[in-house]
Design a protein around this ligand. Structure first.
Ligand code: AMP
Ligand code: MG
Length: 276
């Protein structure tokens, strides 16, 4: 569990994001040098996901959070791109619709959680309700401040119902975000992703960091850990997230169910069919 242990936020620790290097890339010097390892992990991911589906006893929920341009979409493409879409589901959470806003904040989240055998990825999550909501005072402090405990209780219930939860904070620096905004501006293929809100949100960087620090500190638990992933290098971000999912699934001791049929009987049927 090398990557799990390296990037996991220890439960109860007080996270200060300035102590985490967003440009970290481990012992790898470059993307090229890591390519083989990345490909091996993608193969492992595919096999593990199939086994997870066959085993069918649990669900896996992967939550992705991060500032704009941190790479939530890119990570989904990388990690899920390696898997069989049949056993996967992706849910994105934007500003709540009128119907969603008329319910408690976990309502829309709960109905999007993965079923048994499924791997679900959240592009943003229930944590927005202690991030954007807190930064912009969308509800009073008295309301959002209770949500850390509510989230822990909700996740505990999911875990006790055989859902495994892995939560990733994709950590980019403020300078790297500006560079990526510029890329979006210059590259016609990326211009559709630009929103004016991104530049406005950037002015709240410190407030978002404080909100993330509290969420990471209070909601990283033994059974539903947070990971802080260095994300200035896209390839390292992909490698680290994929590796953590691989390590986690490998440790699960999954097994394929026993065949429900009498294989000897089926073999006889097969030979009879072949000779007919
Ligand atoms: P994007 O992920 O770029 O499509 O943007 C989605 C937007 O929806 C982001 O600005 C989020 O902060 C916002 N959002 C997500 N969840 C909530 C929420 N619960 N309340 C308010 N805004 C939200
Ligand atoms: Mg955006």
């Amino acid at each position: 569990m090398k990557y799990v242990n390296r990037f996991r936020v220890a439960p109860g620790s007080a996270v200060k994001l300035k102590n985490f290097d967003p440009g970290f890339k481990g012992h790898h010097k470059s993307h090229t040098e890591a390519t083989e390892e990345i490909e091996q992990d993608r193969t492992k991911l595919r096999d593990l996901q199939e086994l997870f589906y066959a085993d069918g006893r649990g669900s896996l929920l992967i939550c992705l959070q991060g500032m704009d341009t941190a790479g939530k979409d890119g990570t989904i493409g990388h990690v899920l791109g390696a898997m069989n879409p049949q056993g996967c589901r992706v849910a994105g959470f934007k500003q709540p619709s009128a119907e969603e806003a008329a319910h408690d904040f976990l309502w829309r989240i709960h109905r999007a959680t993965p079923a048994k055998g499924e791997i679900g990825i959240f592009n943003r999550s229930h944590y927005e309700d202690v991030l954007v909501v807190r930064v912009h005072d969308l509800v009073p402090r008295a309301v959002w401040s209770q949500r850390y405990d509510q989230i822990n209780g909700f996740e505990k219930e999911l875990v006790e119902s055989d859902t495994h939860i892995l939560k990733f904070y994709l950590h980019v620096s403020k300078q790297e975000q500006l560079r990526r905004f510029k890329d979006r501006l210059d590259d016609p293929a990326k211009q559709w992703k630009i929103s004016e809100a991104d530049y406005k949100e950037r002015t709240f960087w410190a407030e978002y960091e404080a909100a993330y620090e509290e969420a990471l500190s209070r909601c990283s638990t033994e059974s539903a850990p947070w990971f802080v992933i260095p994300a200035n290098h896209k390839w390292f971000r992909n490698l680290a997230v994929a590796r953590i999912v691989v390590e986690y699934l490998e440790a699960l001791k999954m097994k394929r169910p026993e065949p429900k049929v009498d294989l000897e009987y089926i073999r006889r049927e097969y030979h009879a069919a072949k000779e007919a």
